[in-house]
Design a protein around this ligand. Sequence first.
Ligand code: ZN
Length: 616
Amino acid sequence: MPTSRAVSALRPLPRDAVALRPESLFGGWQARNAAATLPHCVSQLDEYGNLANLRRVTGDSGAEFRGFWFADSDVYKTLEAALWLGDKSGFVAEIGALLEKAQDADGYLDSYYQVDNRDKQWSELHFSHEMYCAGHLFQAAVAAARSDDSAAPQIVGVARKFADLLVRRFGDSPEVDGHPEVETALVELYRVTGHRPYLDLAARFVENRGHGVLGEGRFGPRYFQDHEPLRDTAEVTGHVVRQVYLLAGAVDVAVETGDAALLEAAERLWDSALSSRTYITGGQGSRHRDEAFGDPYELPPDRAYAESCAAIGSFQWAWRLLLATGKAKYADEMERLIHNGIAGSTGLDGATFFYSNPLQLRTGHDGSHEDAPSQRLPWYSCACCPPNLARLMASLDNYAATGDPGGLQLHLYTAGTFRAGGHAVDVRTRYPWDETITVTITEVGPGPWTLALRIPAWCGDARLTVNGEVVAAEAGYVRLTRTWLVGDRVELTLVMLPRLIAAHPRVDAVRGSAAVVRGPIVYCLEHADAPEGVAFEDLELDTSAPLQVSRDPDGLAPVLLKVPLRARPTDTPHLYRPLPAPARATAPVAVTAIPYYLWANREPGPMRVFIPLSER
Ligand SMILES: [Zn+2]
């Protein structure tokens, strides 16, 4: 095992220590991912030429290179998903053999630069994505190392040979890749190999960035966070996926090297992102042109970019901060992301995906030219998101709990069994539809240990009992330390009254509007539920009437909300008009709101999360 000065508050559980119940929300998502998303991604890699790109390196294909120059990364992400899922379709073995055959003798592997562009290798790092692709290869290798797949040694071998090349080529260099990703991957590879040069190289890449080494590029140095060193930076900026991947890598480096200042910078930047540049779904990025964070409070719902990969990267960043610090706010954010910004990216069929995730779709929307269509698509010319969703969902069971011999910590509530240090618990719940989570102790090690339960910040009324006796529960973690007995029962109720949430007044785009939320789920209005004969955009929220819960086990979701709405017909042809405007709102009618993550699974049409408040 690696020797280091690692500091980390929490420890992930090994793969075999967790089993999610298939009937749970997470278990269902994982099952769909295995049954539909992974096979879909595998077939798309074939159809879109990603595999042929690698086969032309081995001389087994005469086709032209197809897709973006970083198309190999989609192969690696799909490979990682297949490894987490224990896929036995033959895909893992096929790719393992293909990568080994395609790899150059010195370890280099990148199909875009191995046939037509050999003379350009490592010469255009600001946009080449060579190390971004390498990083995804390394992450697949980490999944391989943690699997029992027979191709695992081959995949780890290919990754190490490439990583060793990076150490030789960049170990003393001031250069960095234009797209971060290799940083976190190198640290992960270090964790499974114990090979310190991988960690040192990751640390070097984090430090190299911020000194203008990537030049101006198309959007300036901020685009790739090369305008100032990360540890001196106060605000998140630039391309969101680049920023959040870099920060995930920085936390990994900080944890493994004991670099408190670097960890502090990552926490500071997280506060910056969450205080003024994050949508209520957890999505980030409001600029389409450069896929970037906007200005503070620039969070238009209809122009939300909120790329799926950004939500995934933000989830990975929050997970690393949670492990490093043990602070509940990072698990709160993971919960928000997984139930809203991330879950909404994949269709109910498991084979269609959003690239950008708006919070409002207007009647007559046309966004197909900027990866913002009104329906999920089976694939994209830049297909970074679908296989990224596949690998995250494939590893979702990793993130629900942490533990060590001192105890177990439950972060994301889902039905399943969790084991750590000789202790085990069985969690039964229909969360997030039901409010109650029942934890039964099923195995105990010697002596006292601590069961920690997260009380989400959104919950103002948490009730906890241990074997029927009431225990105080406040936001953060409740820590129950005792000599547990098999059969001991902990019952946590997180009261989920539907509530209206307004954005900070500086979020001008939704001023005077509110979103409807229950528990961790953000709801939305969709055209299919709107009253007949009313223009969707004319609907307003009547705050004088209550929100109601509507349970339907056969509905689109088990819990829907009934929202009191009035219609304010816009009977003027004028785009602008003098105030005061005439008030002719209709009587309120209760309209169904559905979980945001389920929108666009019926016929195409408008949708909105933030609803204007009726002036009455
Ligand atoms: Zn993406």
